[in-house]
Design a protein around this ligand. Structure first.
Ligand SMILES: *Cc1c(COP(=O)(O)O)cnc(C)c1O
Length: 385
């Protein structure tokens, strides 16, 4: 076995030396040094009592960040899209009517997954960057009377935050379950599953939670859990079958798949950091960083894509100024400062920047350091102000 001195020596011997990036993109986001320490801890088996102890703490910590009392709250061994596939494959049956609120790239991915389950899909579409009003959303649901309603809380492709209260209320009136994608919002903005009325919410580890990618937290309301118990046929997806995963992680602790203890450690540390800071403080920090960033961008003459009241705090989408090549700006930031940001895609390709302020980077100091580099890169790409 090796001592800690040996470990330090090993660091110099290992074969990989990744560049130190500042992750100001839409995800993965910056990882806290304590999470890196957690990742380096010894692996235990996926059936070890210690593993289940960590897993059970994670369930408790997740209930707080999700804002839920749901018993069925745990993590899927997959990225955010695996959480999406879990939600949709368990709750959408062939021939079932599904309403999808579609205002961005990730709503389209949800639609595609529902289609592949054989759903009768009805889409309410809006341009990317806009959100659905309470009344129009409720009317659409009352008219269509679906069995499942899907929306994206924080649409990362455009930077818009969708409030879900009216959607959930109308859905429950017609007896539908609500699936909400909370991939980017969880850990940075109020997700409030119970207060909003969301039945199935899923997320990922590498955005608002500021851990490496690899796990997908999910939570399921008692009424959705009841529906699942009564589901007439087993999920066609074996790996994402919620009943089997719940049995492994929360009931019998019998083998389902070899969950990565390493990733569970990382998430445990990430959630502990949130608990120590306090959830409200963490939200406030992201909100303040966002407001400061928008003020700074507007002082530089930039405009935001999304209306002020609908912006995601931890993912900002300023428009690319006229005549500026956004790819050139991104390349300069990466080459000269090791900073990663993202551009737009689909209908927003070349039109917006996507700049994340998440986890350790959501501070006024980082906002100003970033803005200085960003301003210089914009000028280098021909921006005149
Ligand atoms: C990133 C993202 C996903 C997909 O997550 P992966 O971890 O890349 O699989 C889904 N929905 C939203 C809103 C996202 O931002």
């Amino acid at each position: 076995m090796i001592s800690s001195d040996d470990r330090t020596a090993l660091l110099e011997e290992i074969s990989i030396h990744p560049p130190m990036r500042l992750l100001f993109g839409p995800g993965p986001s910056q990882v806290h040094p304590r999470v890196y320490q957690a990742l380096a801890q010894p692996v235990v088996g996926h059936l070890d009592a210690y593993f289940f102890e960590i897993s059970s703490n994670i369930q408790r910590l997740l209930r707080t960040v999700f804002g839920t009392k749901n018993e069925l709250t745990f993590v899927i061994s997959a990225t955010g899209s695996g959480g999406m596939e879990t939600a949709i494959s368990n709750f959408v049956l062939p021939g079932m009517k599904v309403v999808s609120f579609a205002n961005g790239f990730f709503c389209d991915r949800m639609s595609e997954m529902a289609r592949r389950q054989g759903a009768e899909l009805v889409r309410f579409e809006k341009p990317w960057g806009e959100v659905f009003g309470d009344q129009e959303a409720a009317e659409f649901i009352r008219l269509e009377k679906p069995k499942v309603v899907m929306y994206v809380q924080a649409e990362t492709s455009a930077g818009a935050f969708q409030r879900g209260d009216a959607i959930c209320k109308a859905a429950h009136e017609v007896g539908a379950l609500v699936i909400a994608d909370c991939v980017t919002s969880l850990g940075a903005m109020p997700v409030e599953v119970d207060k909003t009325g969301i039945d199935i919410a899923y997320s990922c580890t590498q955005k608002g939670l500021s851990c490496p990618p690899g796990l997908s937290p999910i939570t399921v309301s008692p009424r959705a859990a009841e529906w699942l118990q009564a589901r007439p046929t087993p999920n066609r997806s074996w790996y994402f079958d919620l009943k089997l995963i719940a049995d492994y992680l929360t009931i019998s602790h019998r083998y389902h798949h070899t969950a990565s203890a390493t990733m569970f450690y990382a998430l445990h540390e990430g959630l502990t950091l949130i608990e120590e800071e306090g959830l409200q403080n963490r939200w406030d920090r992201h909100h303040q960083a966002h407001l400061e960033f928008v003020r700074t961008l507007e002082a530089m003459g930039l405009e935001m894509l999304v209306a002020p009241e609908h912006r995601i705090w931890n993912l900002n989408t300023p428009k690319v100024p006229q005549g500026v090549d956004d790819a050139k700006v991104r390349t300069t930031l990466l080459k000269e400062h090791g900073i990663e940001i993202a551009g737009g895609f689909g209908p927003l390709a070349g039109k917006i920047f996507r700049i994340g302020l998440m986890g350790p980077l959501a501070t006024t100091e980082h906002v100003h350091d970033f803005a200085d580099c960003f301003a210089a890169a914009l000028r280098g790409a021909g921006y005149k102000r």
